[in-house]
Design a binder for this molecule. Sequence first.
Ligand SMILES: *Cc1c(COP(=O)(O)O)cnc(C)c1O
Ligand SMILES: [Zn+2]
Length: 470
Amino acid sequence: MTDKVHQVCINPDCGATYGIDEILFSCTRCRSLLDIAYDWDRLAVPHSLNFFEHRWGTKGLGAQGRLDFSGVWRFRELMPFVGPESVVTIGEGRTLLEQNDTLGRELGMKPERLFLQYEGLNPSGSFKDNGMTAAFSLARKLGRKRVACASTGNTSASVAMYAHKSDPPMQGIVFIGTGKIAYGKLSQALDYGALTLQIQGDFDACLRRVMQVSDKLGIYLMNSVNPYRLEGQKAIMYRVLQARDWEVPDWIIVPGGNLGNCSAFGKAFAELRALGLVDRIPRLAIINATGANTLYQLVEQQKVVWNGGRYDRDKVTAFYADLDARNYLPHTIASAIEISRPVNLPKSLRAVEIMNGLIREVSDEVILEHKALVGRYGFGCEPASAATVAGLRLLREQQVISPDDRVVCILTGHELKDPDATVKYHTGIDMKSVTPPPAVPPTGRAANPPIQVADDLEAICAALGETLPE
Ligand SMILES: *Cc1c(COP(=O)(O)O)cnc(C)c1O
Ligand SMILES: [Zn+2]
């Protein structure tokens, strides 16, 4: 192997390697997922994370400035698979880590212990931009003209945006299913000009189709089986560390859908440790929705573990066969994690091992309640993101997380992605119905319904708890 960077099969019994320019989304020998692997000894790697410190405040001017301005590419030495001339960036990753003591208190945490990482502040409103900038940069290097994805919403929004922001522009093709899609996300794909195909099937079906079609037509695939996306998503962890002055927190909590994000976090920390850039690794909690809990069932109930890559494939196969036999369709209000066949399952098992992780499941009711709390005490988030805070509540109750632990919840998507879910929670009114059904009074514990008042000064004052002054 002479290349400093290559693709490698994650199955240790295979270990096939491929050049970085080969367009593959699984190992041609054994069908396993691929990783991007670096020969760090032959690459220029910083000796300390402080190396990255000064780039934070860059304005984005000039060739280097453009890279430093990005919250992904300012860490380019930790993902050196593409040269600056190919990078497609629009200033993604300038996101915030908020210390939130009021929400922390609500969850039984001590002050200065709970941090919310708002990835909804990315240009397209979700963490997906971290990965897209990376995968689009490779697509540009390879001269690809068309890119495609299957999506529960945010991937398509991000693909659609990066496709027309690339130079030269690419055509973005989006496969959506008949399952839930939040209008905030669909509206973005349409507005950004993606060719949008609605397939009669759920997300898992869409993903199978887009993989077939991309393969047959030579379209570049942008789902998280694309290993370059996960390289970009490592930067979420680098930014969390930077915002904490390079201090490693005790816990990272992330929602689990297709399991790309948690997998990227595991790889980020494995590499940082191998490079001697961190002295310890935070624990990882991956939160599933109850109605889409494949990882929870496999890891927590069936005790499937990574085991150096020799995980119990028979158990996984049997689990999926059972889903098929029951015609099982995942169902949760958190549409971004409504996935029952997560493509990155093996990589997520590896991340669980690297980060001493665990999995929990939370119900839609609890997700929505915690979404309302993130809104009440913070800047808000979409339902899937709130699974993290709901998971923290559960882990506090189970005394797995202590009030003293430093906890970072990754809020993956913006509050305004799915306003229907929010309005329905607070008012009981289903905004998606053409003829709204009679409002059912909201039942959620944190619901904050609007109050109906007559167009009358006295009545308005009464609603404010005041009487009209004489
Ligand atoms: C895509 C997405 C997820 C799921 O992330 P995975 O990497 O697929 O596990 C969670 N939340 C939001 C808002 C998303 O867009
Ligand atoms: Zn292989």
